[in-house]
Every structure is written in C-alpha cells, then in structure tokens.
Design a protein around this ligand. Structure first.
Ligand code: NBP
Length: 480
C-alpha cells in the first residue's frame, strides 16, 4: 500500500493528527513511532481508518508515495532533530519533511537551510489547539517553500479548523521559520489574554465582592458580546467546577502558582531583541513568574505593614472591568502584530497580517470573535501603523477609556495587582502623548555618555559640552 502522507511520533498530538488526516477523503496515512507499541495501539484502536503501520523507519519511508510527505510530531529539540536526520537520510530531492512540533523558529530556519542544501523541502509548522484541535481541526501555521506548500497545502486545508465563514484556518505564512515564529507570537498573545482575564476575575472577586457562581454568570454574559472567545468560555467552565473533595469551587483549591512551557518567554526574548514593546505579553510572563515565588510572597506578606482596604465600588464595576479587559486586549494584540511585522522584516518574510488574523479565528486557543475585527482592520489598511490606529479599535478603546482608567486606579487603591491592565494603559498613554520624557532621557544620556540628541526645531545631531562651557555643538552636519 502507498500512503500520500505519513506521521512520525504517535503520542497524543501525533496520533490525533494522524486520525484527523485519515478521516479525510483521499488520504491514506502511514504511521511510525520509535516505540512500536504506540503504533500498535493506534492501529488496533482505529482499524477503520486504514492506517499503514510501519515498524521501522525504512518501512515507513517505503510506504510513502512521492513526493514523500511526512509530518513529525515528536518532542521538540533533540528528538525532532533525530527524526529529521532519519527521514533526510532516506528521502529524495523534492520530498517534504514537516515539523509540526513546538519548535523554536530559529531551529526551524537552521533545519530548513540544512535540508534545502540536500534538495529536500522542510516545513516547520505551528499547530495550535492542543489535543482536541489536532483531532478535530487545529489552526495551522506553516512556513517553508512555496513548492512544498503546493503539495502540503491541500492536505493541511483538509484537516484544519474551519472559520465561521467556511474558510480553513491555514495559510502559507512565509518561508522557512515564519510559521513557527507566528505560532510563537500566538502563544505569547495567549499568555497576555489569559493574564487579562485572570486580572478581571481577581478584581471582580476582591474589589467587586462577586462570588464564584456570580462570576460564572459574568463570564458567560461576556461571552455573548464582543469579548466572545474560547478563553472566556473556558474561564466560565473552570469557575463553575466544584471540587469533589471539599465541595468548594475548584479554582479555590488550585495552588496559585502558574506554570509555563516557555513559548511566552521566547516571545518576549525575541521582542526584546527586535525592540518591540510587547509589554502585555511580558507582564503575563512575569506575573506567572511572580506567582511561582512562594518564599518571596510569604516574606512580603509577613512584612507588609498595612494592607489597603477595598474601596466601595458601584454595581457598574463589572462593566468597567469588561471595558478595561477589552481595551487591554486590543493593546496586547496590537503589540503581538507589531512583533510579527518586525520579525518579518528581520528575517525576510512576506506575511499577510489579515491572513494571520483569519487563521486564528478557529481551532486555536486564542480564537475569538474579536479576530474578525482585526481581519477587517488589515483589509481596510494593510499598512496600518498599529491596530490602535484602526478606526474601529480607536473608537472602541476611546469609548472604554474612562472605565479603563477607573479600573486601574481602583486596583491600585485596593492593592490588587493588575499588571496587564495598567501596563496596557501606560502603553496606550505613551503612544497617545504629545511629548514623552524621552527628551530628558536623551539629555541624561548626552550628559554622561555624549550619546548626542536631535532637536525638535532643526535637523542634525547635537551634543552639549556638559563638563566644559555647556555650549551646544553639532556633531554631524545636518543632511539638509
Ligand atoms: P511529546 O512531546 O510528549 O513527545 C513524545 C513523542 O516523541 C513520542 O512519540 C516519542 O516516542 C517521541 N520521541 C522522543 Br520523546 N524522543 C524521540 C527520538 N529521539 N526519536 C524518535 N522519537 C522520539 O508528544 P506530544 O505531547 O504529542 O507533542 C508532540 C509535539 O507537538 C511536541 O513538539 C509538542 O510541543 C507539540 N505540541 C503539543 C501540544 C499539546 O497540547 N500537547 C500542542 C501543540 C503542539 P516514544 O513513544 O518512542 O517515546
């Protein structure tokens, strides 16, 4: 038997993706896993799906029709490199190796170059949506060559999630590491989105005095409006869960130390290198880190003199929090899209921002009604300077601005941390300010390091002779 597509790595993600592929018309799927027992299990549990099971990598490669196309779903890092090596040694020019794991895009750039030198296609692809997405339809973010996309595109389109308008959630993001870069930013935005929702929950609970059952209703109602999203939906689900052992809401017995698998950190590291202020994602990564410092938390809790008492808030506080959440979310997405723009410039990718918003509308963790607005924004103005300048978002943020400020002020007064809300507001106010104190910083830099400055009133680069007679000199002649 010959298979048109193969999957290597049959842990939860790989076996679900293989089942998804095999259930689509026209696909015959070869499957291989290092430990054969996993392959046997998949074959025996799903013998109706017509899998071609391979016990060895040689059998696997022999079962694929050309151009051979294999999707790797193994542990990121060394495991992925090992499998790429095994396939590359057996594949022929024109064949396609696909890595669907959570690779670092810099590894993907390196692997693509190495395989291209051997005449092989390498496609690093982001796959979002967890286990369920892999099985029922993920959002797929492939990089790699246009040649590989010709073969792979129809296969990926057949298994991707379908957006409300019927379009499959996959697009050829760009060459080499573009897909994994965009997946990385997706995960960073996911961190920010989750942090903002968590802050909303905390403020409504600690300042608004809402009980957990009341909060379930709040989030359910928010999920009916412009905040409608998978993350808001599962927030209500998590809050509605009662712990069997104690009878308490489960959320109250879960230890409040948040973990992470590192893609948020990658996003921030790369953003720092590219000079893009993804403060929303950064605050989210830092908030998880702070939560996971129990000794410091205990020490400061013990030594903090007097905790502020919560101010009285009106019944409308929940509406204010909703507005703050929406505006902060716009900021987080604006920053994430800025990072994609900067990455594309740095690494030479041609990325269609509207197409990215489109493929995030279903299948992935950040799927949301909101993304339709981002699609519209880039359709209206592909070269938008920032999402915050799009007329729709500019109006939406302006309309919620007063509420946003009240929430940030109330959080500070009440002593409830809201790093996401407050840093998003600071970012917005920075962009909106006529003058920033960066002028003073330039003056300081010139004072201690002769770093020079520009002037508002004429061209050129200037330095003040601070330790001499404080005369100003022009260090580079003006270009005019
Ligand atoms: P794991 O990340 O747990 O990896 C287990 C798989 O890797 C098994 O098939 C294992 O084979 C194989 N493997 C390892 Br480990 N080292 C290997 C090696 N040197 N050679 C060959 N195979 C090796 O699996 P997963 O949770 O299904 O995730 C797969 C990929 O998908 C990862 O990159 C992950 O980051 C990514 N991803 C996961 C999710 C999610 O929600 N879990 C979502 C999106 C993406 P064995 O059976 O022989 O040990």
């Amino acid at each position: 038997t010959t298979a048109n597509i193969g999957v290597v790595g049959l842990a939860v993600m790989g076996s679900n993706l293989a089942r998804n592929l095999a259930s689509r018309e026209g696909n015959t799927v070869a499957v291989y896993n290092r430990t054969y027992a996993r392959t046997e299990q998949l074959l025996s549990e799903h013998d109706d799906l017509g899998f071609v099971g391979a016990e060895t990598i040689d059998d696997f490669v022999a079962s694929l029709s050309t151009p051979r196309t294999a999707i790797i779903m193994v542990q990121a890092g060394a495991g992925t490199d090992a499998v790429i090596g095994q396939l590359a040694d057996r594949f022929e020019p024109g064949d396609i190796v696909v890595d669907g794991g959570n690779a670092n895009f810099l590894d993907t750039i390196r692997r693509e170059r190495e395989l291209r030198e051997r005449g092989l296609n390498f496609v690093g692809t982001g796959i979002s949506g967890g286990e369920e997405g892999a099985l029922k339809g993920p959002s797929i973010m492939p990089g790699g060559s246009a040649e590989a996309w010709e073969t792979l595109g129809p296969i990926l389109r057949s298994i991707a999630a379908v957006a409300p308008d019927g379009e499959p959630c996959v697009t050829h993001v760009g060459t080499d590491g573009a897909g994994h870069f965009v997946k990385m930013v997706h995960n960073g935005i996911e961190y920010a989105d989750m942090q903002l929702i968590a802050e909303a929950y905390d403020l409504l609970r600690r300042v608004g005095g809402r009980s957990t059952p009341e909060l379930v209703e709040v989030f359910r109602s928010w999920n009916e409006g412009d905040l409608q999203s998978y993350l808001i939906e599962i927030t209500a689900e998590v809050l509605s869960q009662t712990d069997a052992a104690t009878g308490e809401p489960l959320v109250d017995v879960i230890l409040d130390e948040a973990g992470s698998k590192g893609t948020g950190v990658w996003t921030v590291q790369n953003a720092l290198g590219l000079g893009i202020p993804v403060s929303g994602i950064g605050e989210a990564v830092f908030a998880r880190a702070v939560s996971s410092k129990p000794e410091q938390r205990a020490a400061v809790r013990a030594s903090a003199r007097e905790r502020p008492s919560s101010p009285q808030v009106p019944e409308t506080f929940a509406d204010d929090v909703r507005a703050a959440l929406y505006a902060s979310k716009v900021v987080a997405y604006a920053q994430g899209f800025d990072l994609i723009v900067a990455g594309a410039k740095e690494y030479g990718w041609d990325i269609d921002l509207g197409a990215i918003a489109k493929i995030w509308r279903a299948g992935c963790i950040i799927r949301a009604r909101f993304l339709d607005r981002i699609v519209d924004a880039y359709a209206g103005e592909p070269g938008l300077a920032t999402l915050l300048a799009d007329p729709y978002f500019a109006d939406a943020v302006a309309a919620g601005q007063e509420a946003w400020r009240r929430v940030v002020a109330t959080a500070a007064t009440a002593g409830v941390p809201a790093p996401g809300f407050s840093s998003a507001l600071a970012y917005y106010d920075s962009l909106a300010s006529e003058r920033l104190p960066a002028s003073l910083i330039q003056g300081q830099r010139d004072f201690f390091g002769a770093h020079t400055y520009k002037r508002v009133d004429r061209e050129g680069v200037f330095h003040t002779l601070w330790s001499d007679d404080r005369r100003e000199i022009e260090t580079e002649p003006s270009t005019h």
